[in-house]
Design a protein around this ligand. Sequence first.
Ligand code: APR
Ligand code: PHB
Length: 392
Amino acid sequence: MASERTQVGIIGSGPSGLLLSQLLDRNGIDNVVLERRSRQYVLGRIRAGVLERGMVELMRQAGVRERMDREGMVHHGFSIAFNNGIHRVDLRELAGGSVMIYGQTEVTRDLMDARDAGGGRLVYEAEEVRIDSLEEDGALLRYRTSGEDHTLECEFVAGCDGYYGPSRRAIPDTVLRVYERVYPFGWMGLLSQTPPVHDEIVYARHPRGFALCSMRSASLSRYYVQCSLDDQVADWPDERFWEELRRRLPDTLSDILVTGPSIEKSIAPLRSFVAEPMRYKRLFLAGDAGHIVPPTGAKGLNLAASDIHYLSRAFIAWYHDSNAALLDDYSEQCLRRVWKAERFSWWMTNLLHTLPENEPFEHRMQDAELDYVFSSQAMMTAVAENYVGLPY
Ligand code: APR
Ligand code: PHB
């Protein structure tokens, strides 16, 4: 049995865990990251890639600005297509902001490289990670690697292990409250080495179902179509995907859509989920471990970033100034922002998807709401300020 100690034990090496590890390290706070998967597996996951200003700022604070600033694409607007037309939301004019297009895979890679360069302690393929004891003054983590048992004695635990990880389950049922909405459809996503159909992101509402045109670079496109929850990737050969996407886009886009072989295809269900509180004793949940948003609006990664902003700041105040106020405030402060992003993601999802059990009344409500958004400066401003990200 090998035993180690650290100040902050971090479970999970997604964006939340890596960002926290890097920020703590830069502030002289010792930490160890335990990740169930291999490094290659973590880097193989394709996720969204729209960074709010706060996330960009946090990456810079973490000392990983270089490649992001060079390769990331700054977008000053995005569009919503409906009724064969395309309507732009000008983020700069309406909200004085922008978003940066930089894939979550790249964010993860940059943070992993930085942790390696800084001599960070990251344990990949850590099996059976569990929180063995959780007290008011510390916690004990247990795990196995290469057939050997390990313990990690921690002053604090950061649960950055996503929706399926063990951290949230360490909070007793009598304390934890969960709020959930599962949507009756999924997204079929496709990545292809083709030029994006439009120079900014386009969300499309169509009677056949929602579609989204996004990108990773000038030559790499990411597209999605709303699909059935019963669908498998095998149900969506490339030809069917492109044909369906084309039908859901306005003519101005479908006429110029460049198609090509898929590099990656995957289906994701859509879910809204919040667990409260985000702190229990010395355990702090961050990112997908505490909350899930449907991807409409691209808030998942950005919410993980705002949690890590609050959490890193709180650990720094504790270790540098013996001040526990921010740790005590963590859950409440995060949740206020989480719920607003949940609201926006839920609203965008309901506005743009075709609900299988939809009544004609709901369709008319969607029509009226879209018409209202694009005929009211106030509504469009509200959309823009949410899309660029509410302040921390
Ligand atoms: N032990 C150790 N690690 C675990 C365990 C476990 N039992 N269970 C899960 N993990 C790891 C996962 O393998 C994954 O690498 O925790 C990590 C969680 O990472 P993410 O799921 O990426 O979650 P997070 O870092 O909070 O990032 C949130 O990712 O899912 C997207 O849309 C989401 O963009 C958002 C962002
Ligand atoms: C993506 O590029 O994968 C993407 C963009 C915007 C979203 C969701 C996903 O809202």
